[in-house]
Design a protein around this ligand. Structure first.
Ligand SMILES: Cc1cc2nc3c(=O)[nH]c(=O)nc-3n(C[C@H](O)[C@H](O)[C@H](O)COP(=O)(O)OP(=O)(O)OC[C@H]3O[C@@H](n4cnc5c(N)ncnc54)[C@H](O)[C@@H]3O)c2cc1C
Length: 387
């Protein structure tokens, strides 16, 4: 067992850290205040190859692995969580999903522009009536000739207002439950698709989240991914990677809160000494650091398993659950360490807490992660294999 990143991964980490600190971090406050999507940052991330990190080279990407994606996502989230959320939706939920499941023709048509950032993407699964129970979604897709006609609506879709394409889950067999779902590549300028105004959110305000409506939207049958009623396999196949990269966002956000707190605790004096000298403050810093380290280890272990092609639902859920909850705790403790200043916008830790709050909701809530873990424990106790 070797816990060190490869030389190539360390070089990528150093490059992204430099880029994130010079190009992303300085915008974080402004994006939050103006609720603005950083199109210029995504353009630069495309030039650096980050948007196509999980896209094979033959389709214009870098052909990187999940562990490298986690390292990169941590650095971006450290600089700005909302940039990391839109990056996750584009590079992992959309590009990686399509790279794993699309046909050669679909990948050749769509991936090069997604990898370069010419076109942005996302994934549309959640509906007003189907969140945690995503497999109960009701948006319908009916085949008419060589097209599918989509009707229904999606909600909480990251990047919808800036995306050129979305991977959309729809029901092709209303009587087949989870086995009646299909996935489509939908170009956002297709007649019958409309996007609502981005929601006003508690945090992640630089990452637009919108409703998407389909009214007799005709999608070419060539844009059906894999085949009719095959979306359950697509969905389950991608979850381990999606949750693992989601966990890396929590690691980056938590680390940002720790670093701000460590600096402040050494600078701020009360009762004639830096507040880091008070054991109750020092204890918070130590616990933050320990939790972030543990979250990173869980995340990187799940990433290594994903890269080895091993199914690791429990490990991905451990990582997502622990990293996102640790991130929230770190941000909350950071505010406590900053005292009254922490409650003020100027010191930015209040934004970090607002951003972190979505971590235990999006991509499967903490409650759902616990359900998955228990289900896996039972399966393994009955002789199932442990990765
Ligand atoms: C900022 C943001 C961005 C998002 N981006 C996307 C995106 O790009 N694409 C997309 O498809 N979706 C996206 N989502 C949706 C997200 O995945 C859902 O919000 C999430 O899955 C929860 O669904 P829900 O909001 O409907 O909550 P609900 O499912 O209604 O849950 C409400 C509460 O009930 C609990 N609960 C539900 N079922 C159970 C159960 N069986 N046992 C115990 N407790 C349970 C939940 O844990 C939660 O506490 C985004 C959400 C947000 C907030």
């Amino acid at each position: 067992m070797d816990f060190r990143l490869s030389e190539e991964q360390r070089e990528m980490q150093a490059m992204v850290r430099r880029f994130a600190q010079t190009e992303i971090a300085p915008l974080a406050r402004q994006l939050d205040e103006e609720e603005r999507f950083p199109a210029e940052t995504f353009h630069k991330m495309g030039e650096l190859g980050l948007l196509g990190l999980l896209v094979p080279e033959e389709y214009g990407g870098v052909g990187g692995d999940v562990l490298t994606m986690c390292v990169v996502t941590e650095e971006i989230a450290y600089a700005c969580s909302s940039t990391a959320l839109s990056f996750l939706a584009h590079a992992t939920l959309c590009c990686h999903n399509l790279a794993c499941n699309g046909s050669h023709e679909q990948k050749a048509k769509y991936l090069p522009d997604l990898a370069s950032g010419k076109v942005l993407g996302g994934i549309a699964m959640t509906e007003p009536g189907a969140g945690s129970d995503a497999l109960g979604l009701q948006t319908s897709a009916v085949r008419v000739g060589d097209e599918y006609v989509l009707n229904g609506s999606k909600t909480f879709i990251t990047n919808a207002s800036v995306a050129g394409e979305l991977l959309v889950y729809a029901r092709t067999d209303k009587d087949a439950g989870p086995r009646g779902l299909s996935q489509f590549i939908v170009e956002m300028d297709t007649p019958g698709v409309s996007v609502g105004k981005p929601f006003k959110k508690m945090g992640m305000r630089g990452s637009p989240t919108s409703e998407v409506f389909f009214e007799d939207c005709r999608v070419p049958a060539a844009n059906l991914v894999q085949g009719e009623n095959q979306a359950l396999g697509i969905l389950l196949g991608g979850l381990d990677v999606e949750r693992t990269v989601g966990a890396a966002m929590g690691v980056g956000g938590g680390r940002a809160a720790l670093d701000r707190s460590l600096k402040y605790a050494q600078e701020r004096t009360q009762f004639g000494q830096p507040i880091i000298m008070f054991e109750m403050v020092a204890e918070k810093l130590a616990d933050m650091a320990m939790n972030i380290e543990a979250a990173r280890l869980l995340t990187q272990k799940a990433a290594v398993l994903c890269d080895a092609g091993v199914r690791c639902s429990a490990e991905a859920s451990y990582a997502k659950l622990f990293a996102t909850e640790s991130c929230q705790k770190a941000c909350n403790d950071a505010i406590q360490i900053f005292g009254g200043y922490g409650y003020m916008q100027e010191y930015e830790v209040e934004r970090m807490l607002r951003d972190a709050r979505v971590g235990t909701i999006g991509g499967g809530t903490s409650e759902i992660q616990r359900l998955i873990i228990v289900k896996e424990l039972v399966k393994r106790s009955m002789g199932g294999t442990q990765p």
